[in-house]
Design a protein around this ligand. Structure first.
Ligand SMILES: [Zn+2]
Length: 335
C-alpha cells in the first residue's frame, strides 16, 4: 500500500526525474541536488578548513570524500527511507504570518510526539538526520573506525549542504506551484556550474559547535528566509529577459540539451546579490565544523595510525534504515 510518505516521495522524485530529462541530468552528472559539482566542491573545501590533525587524515582520502559527497542522492531510489533525509517542507507546518518554526520541535522525539513519524517522513527530515549523522560520526571517531569515519563524514557533508538550499525547505521545491518549473536545478546546479569558479573560498577555519542541532536548524531557517527572493527574482528576471532568450541549447557529451541561457543565468545570479555564494560558503564552513565537532566530542583521538579495513563504499547499509522510535517521553503538548 502506498502511504502518504511514500506517495510524496514518489511524486517528488518522479518530478525531479522529469526535470532531469528536460534539462541535463541524463546527459551529465552536473545537474542534481546542489548539482554533483556543488556537493563535491563543498566536501572538498570543507577539508581545507580543518584543524591540521584532522586534515592530515582527511586529505589522504580526499578523492573518496569528494566522490561520496553524492552517494546519498545516488541511493535514494534504492533505499526507501533515503528521500526524506534531503529536505524539509517547512510550509506544511505554518501558515502565513506565523513563524515557520513555531510548532516544530528541534528534538526528534518531541517532533514525533507532536506530529507523528509518518508526517515527519512525509515532509522531510533533513535537520534531524544531520543530528543523527553527527552522532554516528562521533561514534566512528570514538571507535577509531576509519571506514565509518570517512563514510559518515562524506555523507553528512551531503545532508548539511542540502539544508543550505532554500528550495530544499519548501513543498514548492521545483517552482511547480508557482509556474517556475525547473528552478531547482537552475539555482543549485546551473548557477553553480557557471559561477562557482569565481566565488571566494577564503572562509576561515572549522570551529567547535556547542550544539549541532541548533546550528542545523539555524541553517534551515536561513535557507527558508531566502526562499521568497529565489522565487521572486526568477519571475522578475524571466519577465525582463523574455521567454525567447531564457533558454538555449548546449552540447552535453553527444547530446544537444536545453538549458537556462547564460544571459538569463547571469542576470538571475546578479539579482540574487551573492546569495548562492553565501549559502555555498556557509555550507562548507558548517560541514567542516561538524566534522571537527564530532572529532572533539569523541575526545580528539589520534587518527594518524589508522588504516582502512575495507573499502568504505561496501559498508553495510544496515544503518541506513531508520531506527524505529518508541515514545520514551510522555506525549508533549503541541500547539
Ligand atoms: Zn540530496
Amino acid at each position: 500500500m502506498v502511504n502518504l510518505s511514500n506517495y510524496k516521495k514518489l511524486k517528488r522524485f518522479a518530478a525531479l526525474f522529469l526535470i532531469g530529462l528536460l534539462f541535463t541530468r541524463s546527459q551529465t552528472k552536473q545537474n542534481t541536488q546542489w548539482g554533483f559539482a556543488g556537493h563535491e566542491r563543498i566536501n572538498e573545501f570543507a577539508v581545507y578548513l580543518l584543524a591540521p590533525e584532522l586534515q592530515a587524515v582527511f586529505i589522504q582520502h580526499l578523492p573518496y570524500l569528494i566522490s561520496q559527497a553524492v552517494a546519498p542522492d545516488q541511493r535514494r531510489y534504492a533505499v526507501e527511507a533515503e528521500a526524506a533525509r534531503h529536505y524539509i517542507d517547512l510550509d506544511h507546518y505554518y501558515s502565513k504570518s506565523q513563524d515557520p518554526f513555531w510548532n516544530l520541535p528541534q528534538n526528534w522525539q518531541e517532533a514525533i510526539d507532536c506530529h507523528s513519524e509518518d508526517t515527519l517522513q512525509a515532509y522531510g527530515i533533513v535537520p534531524w538526520h544531520v543530528v543523527r549523522m553527527k552522532y554516528r560520526l562521533q561514534k566512528a571517531f570514538e571507535t577509531q573506525d576509519l571506514t565509518r569515519i570517512l563514510k559518515y563524514a562524506a555523507e553528512i557533508g551531503h545532508y548539511i549542504a542540502d539544508a543550505h538550499v532554500p528550495l530544499h525547505t519548501t513543498e514548492n521545491y521545483n517552482g511547480q506551484l508557482t509556474n517556475q518549473y525547473g528552478i531547482h536545478g537552475l539555482w543549485e546546479s546551473r548557477l553553480i556550474e557557471l559561477q562557482a569558479a569565481h566565488y571566494n573560498y577564503w572562509i576561515g577555519k572549522a570551529h567547535y559547535l556547542p550544539s549541532v542541532q541548533k546550528e542545523i536548524w539555524a541553517a534551515v531557517r536561513a535557507s527558508h528566509a531566502a526562499l521568497d527572493s529565489v522565487l521572486i527574482f526568477e519571475r522578475q528576471v524571466s519577465a525582463q529577459i523574455g521567454s525567447a532568450e531564457k533558454y538555449s541549447y548546449e552540447q552535453r557529451g553527444s547530446v544537444l540539451t536545453k538549458v537556462y541561457s547564460r544571459k538569463f543565468c547571469a542576470a538571475y545570479h546578479k539579482s540574487l546579490n551573492g546569495m548562492v555564494e553565501r549559502r555555498l560558503r556557509a555550507a562548507i564552513l558548517m560541514v567542516s565544523s561538524v566534522w571537527y565537532t564530532a572529532w572533539v566530542d569523541a575526545g580528539q583521538p589520534d587518527l594518524s595510525q589508522l588504516k582502512l579495513e575495507h573499502d568504505p563504499k561496501t559498508e553495510s547499509a544496515s544503518e541506513d534504515s531508520l531506527q524505529k522510535t518508541s515514545s520514551r517521553w510522555k506525549q508533549r503538548s503541541c500547539h
